[in-house]
Design a protein around this ligand. Structure first.
Ligand code: ADP
Ligand code: MG
Length: 352
């Protein structure tokens, strides 16, 4: 288990530590990742993701707060004890961080050598790890001879060499193409499943969260602003930023020519354009035809999409509601009372 309790990290860019030029990269972060789960932290560039993950193994020392990994309070350890504790925490990076002058075998062997293990013990550990990541035949090659995906596989084997309980992944697939990304994510999923390793990963990609995480936190400007089951985050994000990530992922934005015609306030001869998000039972209920019957409103569908996220179904639609102001208001109230999220994107002049 990983537990962050009120963890803050402030960088001082002038090295005086007197508060001028202070960057509050992490603000009172609280996070619990239960043993054996995969937890994602998603956020924009500069939001504090790397700072957060580096605070877990104390590559960055928190300015305040406590970090506990598998019952051991990391923030309290002497340097020697911290070094031992780090053997229980593997880490992989966006740019793999392999040693170019060492072979694949020797890269994976490095942590074991640093722990003072004998050559034959090292061999007994490294060979099965290379088999697990599918690189047994590349043991004698050098990083320069490998593809990006293969390099990340070496890094994963190296991270697992000291039999960690926890694996930290800092944008581990961000330098890889989509196909390689999914094969690396599949490997991480297997590692979690077969070895019961707890995984904390940070990413700026919803696809990564969708494909392997159990829970997800959203980080914004150093603050953890949402913490949800992945299904909940994808069906009903609680913050504006969460909704922006979701809309980007689903690529459901109104056509450009419509955006240009949208006005903020309703006028005499306008009707609303809405984005509807619905999940669960609402997906299979014929709400749109009922809307016509019960509220007398016609619905012109501009875009629609249905996504499967874990065991949940998520429906999205952009539509124009055609009717009198009273009718369209009733229609929106009707939709909201049936658990749909209704977001008015603007109002558009009637063509008829
Ligand atoms: N070593 C550092 N010294 C000073 N500022 C830093 C340092 N590392 C990160 N920052 C700043 O902290 C903020 C968060 O950075 P980071 O954790 O790398 O974000 P992310 O990984 O989400 O892109 C940024 O404003 C960044 O410039
Ligand atoms: Mg980063």
């Amino acid at each position: 288990m990983i537990e962050l309790s009120n963890v803050s990290k402030t960088y001082f860019s002038n090295n005086k530590g007197n508060g001028s030029n202070a960057i509050h990269a992490l603000k009172e972060a609280n996070l619990i990742v239960p043993k054996g789960t995969i937890h994602g932290v998603i956020g924009l560039s500069g939001a504090g993701k790397s700072t957060l993950i580096r605070c877990v193994n104390l590559l960055e020392r928190p300015t305040s707060g406590t970090v506990t990994v598998d019952g051991q309070e990391m923030t309290n350890l002497s340097n020697a004890a911290l070094n031992r504790a780090r053997h229980r925490i593997g880490m992989i990076f966006q740019h793999f961080n392999l040693l170019t002058t060492r072979s694949v075998f020797d890269n994976v062997a490095l942590p074991l050598e640093l722990m003072g293990q004998k050559r034959h013990t090292v061999r007994e550990r490294v060979i099965p790890l290379l088999e697990m990541v599918g690189l047994a035949d590349k043991a004698d090659q050098y990083p320069a001879q490998l593809s990006g995906g293969q390099k990340q596989r070496v890094a994963i084997a190296r991270a697992l060499a000291s039999k960690p309980q926890v694996l930290l992944c800092d944008e581990a697939t961000s330098a890889l193409d989509p196909q390689t990304t999914s094969s690396i994510l599949e490997l991480l999923r297997d590692i979690n499943h077969q070895l019961g390793i707890t995984i904390l990963l940070i990413t700026h990609e919803m696809e990564v969260v969708k494909s392997i995480c159990h829970r997800v936190s959203l980080i914004s400007d150093g603050e953890l602003v949402e913490d949800s089951e992945v299904g909940d985050f994808f069906t009903a994000p609680r913050t504006q930023l969460g909704r922006e990530f979701l809309n980007d992922f689903l690529q459901l934005t109104p056509p450009k020519e419509l955006i240009e015609r949208l006005v903020d306030t309703p006028g005499d001869n306008t009707h609303p354009v809405v984005r509807l998000t619905f999940s669960g039972d609402a997906v299979s209920t014929p709400l749109i035809s009922r809307l016509a019957r019960e509220c007398g409103v016609d619905v012109s569908i501009l875009q629609a999409k249905v996504e499967s996220i874990q065991e949940r179904t998520l429906g999205l639609m952009i539509a124009e509601l055609l009717g009198t102001p009273t009718q369209t208001q009733q229609a929106m109230t009707y939709l909201e009372s049936h658990q749909l999220q209704v977001e008015v994107l603007g109002h558009v002049q009637r063509n008829d």
